[in-house]
Structure formats: C-alpha cells, structure tokens
Design a protein around this ligand. Sequence first.
Ligand code: CA
Ligand code: CA
Length: 105
Amino acid sequence: MVASKTLVSASDFYHASATYEQLSHTHATSLAGTEIRVAFTNNALVNGGDRNVRIDAIAIDGTRYESEDPTVIGTGVWRNGGNCQTGTWSSEYLHCNGYFRYPLD
Ligand SMILES: [Ca+2]
Ligand SMILES: [Ca+2]
C-alpha cells in the first residue's frame, strides 16, 4: 500500500532561520508497511540561494526515527563535491529532490 501526504508547500519552509518546525499528520486509515519515505520535491535555486531541507527525525506512534541513523537511505544527499547520490549517508539534509527512507521495525 502506498499512501502519501503533502505536509508543507514551498512557501511554508523557506526559512532563513535555523529553527525546526514540527509538522504532524494523522492518516485517516490504519497503515502497515516496512518503510516510510519523506520526500523533498521542490529543490531549486532561489535568488542565488540553494533550497535544501533538513529533517531531524520523524516519529510514528511515539517511536522516533532519526534521519542520521545509518539504516536510513537518502537519495538526494550532496556528497564529496559530486552530485546528489543515494546511500546511507547519516545525513539530516536533502540537497536535491529525493527522499529519506526510514525502515520500520
Ligand atoms: Ca536527528
Ligand atoms: Ca538544493
């Protein structure tokens, strides 16, 4: 089963400050699965600034999953001066369109 929900729009999260914003979503139905993905879909250069997103962690039913956990796969993480790549980078940042894939246990 695939379920998706847009939590923020581009205008919501373009912050100059370094504060975190807590976002929440309650799904209308019960979900089951082995992973959850949080995607960054509007990467851009805006007035010379690079739009990125930092995700500290997600929490599902009280269980916290850190983005930098070595089991989390990131598909839009800038690495070693190259392009955004897929891997287990222990990063909280998505620099390009992509997603974090959190394994659920
Ligand atoms: Ca974290
Ligand atoms: Ca970017």
